[in-house]
Design a protein around this ligand. Sequence first.
Ligand code: NG6
Ligand code: CA
Length: 508
Amino acid sequence: MKNLLLATTCLTVTGACKQEKPVLLPNIVIIYADDLGYGDVGAYGATRLKTPNLDKLANGGVRFTNGYATSATSTPSRYALLTGQYPWRNREAKILPGSAPLIIDTAQMTIPKMLKQKGYNTGVVGKWHLGLGSGIVDWNRHISPGPNELGFDYAYIMAATQDRTPTVFVENGLVAGLKKDDPLFVDYEKNFEGEPTGLDSPQLCTMKWHHGHNNSIHNGIPRIGFQKGGKSALWVDEEMADNFLAKAQQYIQENKSKPFFLYYALQQPHVPRTPNQRFVGASGMGPRGDAIVEADWCVGELIKTLEKEGLLENTLIIFSSDNGPVLNDGYYDDAVEKLGDHKPTGPLRGGKYSLLEAGTRVPFMAYWKGKIKPMVSDAVISHIDLLSSLAKLADSETRVPDSQELLDVLMGKSSQGREELILEASSKTALRKGDWVMIPPYKGPAVQTQVNIELGNSKEFQLYNIKEDIGQRENLAKSHPEKLQEMIKTFEAIRGTKSQEVEQLELK
Ligand code: NG6
Ligand code: CA
């Protein structure tokens, strides 16, 4: 099926309308994993963990070695992915509870809005985590604003994360499957009377909490946040991957005759890791590895659907992850014990939550059968650049200031990526410029002990040449004072503030 859109120019003086050459607009699919690390994919060096479908995308398209998420956690990363605006410009762009209001202004530009203006049908399936509604959400009514008010024609989402209440799917603003006689209530402050929690009823838990995650229990899994009722609508964790995949496939099948944009936001391998029985034991690395094998299978099935529908030659597929990896993120699930010699961060230092490279440098690939030639690109590119780059692809004039138009880089036609990029973790920021990374001094622990990840906090400035020292082992701040000053100057210019003030703002 060809997606033809006619570009028409009207000459107002003569009143005549001239038809121009038809523009062929490709379908666009962004597949976004949750907490998948730079080293978790075969094409990025994983050996024990098998990811054949991700490898097919990576090795058959452009595999970026310097591809960045905009933040080391989900909400800010997703905010910036969809809006093309740095997350640190929005104070609300922090890990949200399931009850949070929508943090994207409905007047703001977004990828789906831009594409909708060009005639695309737009859909989101999977993890949302950007808030819903404008105040206290009533889960028993139509919930708005949400994805539909930001440009998505179709939305089938989980509100926040798999470890947060409410444990239901929301389809176009309505809790899917909710029965009127069993309303759903959610609270993040206090429990509902008589409802068991992970704290008071450990005997009801089949998965044990390690830190946090001791509020309402559903499906034997204690969560963050309290909920009551809505039994008919509660998801089955082990079926979540199949549920999302089926909706994504259905969306493609229903929209194959027009250009479409699908944002397929996988829930794996975020906690709680609940691979379907079919994948239990598949990796030999416990639920985290099994969830990655399951995610890889989902990607393969989605590609098969595109192929079956004859859409693969006319679809750009972008795959990436919202932030870096973590092992124990709050449940005992053998992620640490069964890791063996697998390295989720690859050669990078840090991990999820970290300003060091593993926080934001993620697997990032662009695949387009017959259009993109297989290659490895070392160009620096960020998810934030997708809005302007996809706008160019879709023949749209829309550009957003923080988002650089790097379509040629995305397509593997140019190696001229970004000159500089602000990296973010928990509202703290650092600068990548050329081969260098500068992290200003920050208070806070050097290591987040519960997750056992180095956060990048130090009393000293840190300066790394990450081309020569990808593992950020040697701090060159003292030995390269001129480079350090140059980096501080650029950092301050982009952040629009003096280093001192940045420190005041961000020293925690
Ligand atoms: C943290 C949670 C963690 C995870 C994270 C969000 C605790 C102790 N930890 O607060 O388990 O849910 O938030 O992850 O509650 S993210 O990938 O969605 O940003
Ligand atoms: Ca995440």
